[in-house]
Design a protein around this ligand. Structure first.
Ligand SMILES: *Cc1c(COP(=O)(O)O)cnc(C)c1O
Length: 424
């Protein structure tokens, strides 16, 4: 039998609303795949891969598969396409510096002499290593040979920056003497300390704190990744105990780290970005390094990041940054929301901060449970809803999505017939 024509196959999926060129490309794929030429399945699979808005009902607040921090502050409705003064100084009318205002906003929050913004935490570390170490050596504790996921492995990042890695200590214990010995054998080496942000070593353990490393007389780079801006969390009414063990940028700099690198999305709750903060000479050299040009973010990110930092500065972070709203909302409020959804069974649940932050730390939460594994149906809703399994049933955690989406969740559950479910 001859295969169907590309055109006929493409027209057969017109109801899906894909741009015609994509319907055609999927039709070609279907023909290449052979009978039964299921172009509809291919098109739907493609649509399922396109980035789109979803409701994160997993209970993992910073979900790595769902872009971690939900972005948006007061500026969330801004049009995507517009001019931005990313490198234009409105006062003088001449070319400006895209990094400078971000550094100025960070300064009062973390007391850093200078900060630089790049695309993500991985680029931040890569740029610092390439700038500071060049082809020199970097000392790292064997207890801090972290893999973050997605291929970010400390030994490989160090290797790709051109430096030589010197491992010291053991998996569970590294002492100051280990660093001293390595420095004696490798004069001119620097020290990299890495926050093991997604695992915990318990028992007979020892790692050397930054303030002791800082006394060794060589630059200390501290990659905290998912740490806090300030351990006192002054933007909250009271520090959140689930985060009390997280390292903080401000305190690490005060303890003597030369530069600290961290993510702009993880615990900052801003857009995906990487930050380098600390010694003005070192950060300034990073900004002059040819790699900076390749790693710097665009205007949308810089605007969103500036907006996020302003919320920390004006004291409205808790009420305007979704991450902090989700972390600090109380149980009674979540319960009222669950009851307003009005379908399924309201249960106590445990939410996670996620994204490798505070491993093992959970927050009490509230969930709505519906019978059976309905996750795939939830994902195929007009606004896809990502839920998690609870035994044989499905749980939607209310802490990890916006209260504004409760009505969409209710509508989805109604469409799925959850009102007819026997209430147990
Ligand atoms: C997350 C993390 C990184 C990488 O940050 P990205 O923004 O994901 O690139 C690096 N180091 C540590 C310790 C981290 O936790």
């Amino acid at each position: 039998m001859r295969p169907p024509s590309v055109d006929r196959l493409a027209r057969s999926i017109a109801h899906l609303g894909l741009p015609h060129a994509l319907s055609v490309s999927q039709a070609r794929l279907a023909i290449a795949e052979g009978p039964p030429y299921d172009v509809e399945r291919l098109a739907k699979e493609l649509m399922g891969r396109l980035p789109t808005r979803v409701i994160n009902a997993t209970g993992t607040i910073l979900h790595t598969n769902l872009a971690r921090a939900p972005i948006g502050t007061s500026d969330i409705n801004s049009p995507t396409f517009r001019a931005s003064n990313v490198e234009f100084d409105l006062t003088s009318g001449i070319r400006g510096n895209r990094n400078r205002p971000l550094s100025e906003l960070l300064q009062p929050l973390i007391d850093a002499e200078l900060s630089a913004v790049v695309n993500n935490g991985a680029s931040a570390l890569l740029l610092v290593l390439a700038t500071l170490a060049g082809s020199g050596s970097v000392i790292v504790s064997r207890g801090e040979m972290v893999e973050i996921g997605g291929g970010f492995r400390i030994p490989e990042v160090v290797g790709s920056s051109g430096c030589r890695l010197i491992e010291v200590g053991t998996t569970n214990r590294t002492r100051l003497a280990d660093y001293k010995q390595a420095l004696a054998a490798n004069p001119g080496a620097l020290i990299l300390k890495v926050h093991p942000s997604n695992y915990r070593i318990e028992g007979f353990t020892e790692q050397v704190p930054v303030n002791q490393l800082a006394g060794l007389g060589v630059p200390v780079i501290y990659d905290i990744g998912s740490g806090l801006l300030d351990s006192k969390m002054p933007w909250l009414k009271a520090p959140l105990s689930a985060l009390s063990q997280e390292p903080a940028v401000k305190q690490s700099l005060r303890d003597g780290a030369t530069v600290v690198t961290f993510s702009g999305d993880k615990l900052l709750g801003g857009p995906q970005a990487g930050l380098i903060a600390g010694d003005a000479k070192v950060v300034g050299a990073c900004l002059m390094h040819p790699l900076y040009r390749a790693l710097r973010p665009g205007s949308h990110i810089l605007e969103l990041l500036a907006d996020t930092l302003l919320r920390y500065l004006d004291g409205t972070a808790t009420t305007t940054i979704p991450l902090w709203q989700m972390l600090s909302v109380d149980i009674a409020h979540l319960k009222r929301r669950a009851e307003s959804v009005g379908l399924g069974r309201v249960v106590d649940s445990q939410a996670l901060i996620g994204a490798g932050s505070a491993p093992g730390a959970v927050l009490n939460s509230i969930g709505v449970v519906i019978e059976g594994d309905r996750r795939s149906e939830l994902r195929s809703q007009q606004t896809p809803i990502i839920a998690r399994a609870l035994g044989d049933d499905t749980l939607l955690d209310l802490r990890s999505y916006s209260p504004h989406d409760d009505h969409l969740v209710r509508r989805a559950l109604l469409e799925m017939g959850c009102d007819k479910e026997a209430t147990r």
